[in-house]
Design a protein around this ligand. Structure first.
Ligand code: C5P
Length: 312
């Protein structure tokens, strides 16, 4: 008798930008206490999870060569974590994962976290596990601070190390231009640099997140632009001084404001409209301050199965 092989499942998953990122003290577990507002952006990865004779991860697209395909790959760790959660650890020998990267690697846009979140959704669908998103989010939090947000998407307030989420009302769509740098930045290194800057002096800190929540509810990009803030920006710029020039070039090109995304080095520029974003992107691409430029909008939903019967 022929075994029935389930069809592959493809999941689209968003990147994120932090509209507000306040970094507090280092905790005993080495993580920093955060208050952050995430927005999910239309710059996405696509992750296919399938029954396979050869288990493992394959990677294509943006920065694929620098993504590990061994046990260190966060998507593979997601396969293992979900399989263990449902007592099917032996079945991972029959799972293959293909990542199609649109999100820059080590770019501060949670690309690795997105792939892990998408893998949780994809494997859960492939194996017909019917797990609630909240249950997947608990597994997600064990994989990385940004993985739960990639599951939910939208706009959310994150606390703890970023994994405790509450949705934030965001009216209208915001338009962004993203400037990718030549190379990635290591997140632990950027947090370490912030600790060093703080030990040496008192770099300015972002204020309260409350005005950002109000600006999101109003839907006015000009109001939001005045409030973008990221405590990691000083550290990212200290490690990659050229980012100062990139940030200036985006504003000179007509963006309302620019910010380093998360731990960087990607810079995100908020624009007044979709048309304005296209103009800013064209001008920034010609300014020679970054490797490549993309436009994106947000908020968008979290990891979702695309096509097939499982599509929402
Ligand atoms: O959770 P994630 O694996 O994305 O974190 C990567 C690294 O970023 C951590 O090992 C830690 O050095 C730093 N980090 C932190 N505080 C956070 C989140 C991340 O110090 N809240």
């Amino acid at each position: 008798m022929l075994a029935v092989v389930p069809p592959p499942v493809t999941v689209r998953v968003p990147s994120k930008v932090n509209l507000h990122l306040s970094v507090g003290d280092v905790r005993d577990d080495g993580f920093h206490e955060l208050t952050t507002i995430f927005q999910a952006l239309s710059l996405t990865d696509e992750v296919t999870v399938a029954a396979a004779e050869e288990p493992g991860v394959e990677v294509f697209g943006e920065g694929a060569k620098s993504v590990p395909t061994d046990e260190g790959n966060l998507a593979w760790r997601a396969v293992r974590a979900l399989a263990e959660h449902v007592d099917r650890a032996e079945d991972i020998d029959k799972v293959g994962v293909v990542l199609r990267k649109g999100i820059p690697v080590a770019g501060g846009m949670a690309g690795g976290s997105a792939d892990a979140a998408a893998t949780l959704v994809g494997l859960s669908s492939l194996w017909k596990l019917d797990l609630a998103r909240d249950e997947l989010a608990q597994i997600a939090a064990t994989l990385g601070s940004d993985v739960p947000f990639a599951l939910y998407g939208g706009t959310a307030l994150g606390t703890g190390r970023g994994e405790e989420l509450v949705p934030v009302l965001s009216r209208h769509t915001f338009h962004w231009v993203l400037a990718f740098d030549q190379r990635g930045l290591s997140t632990p290194r950027v947090y370490g640099e912030l600790d060093r800057l703080r030990a040496d002096g008192d770099p300015p800190r972002v204020g309260s997140h409350a005005p950002v929540v109000e600006a999101l509810a109003s839907g006015d990009p000009k109001q939001l632009a005045l409030l973008l803030g990221n405590d990691l920006q000083a550290a990212a710029v200290s490690l990659r001084p050229g980012l100062r020039r990139t940030l200036r070039a985006g504003v000179n090109a007509g963006a309302l404001a620019g910010t380093v995304s998360g731990s960087g080095p990607t810079c995100a520029f908020l624009c007044e409209s979709a048309d304005a974003a296209l103009e800013v992107a064209a001008e920034l691409a010609g300014a020679g301050v970054c490797r490549t430029v993309r436009v994106a909008h947000g908020p968008v939903p979290g990891a979702r199965v695309v096509g097939g019967d499982d599509a929402p």
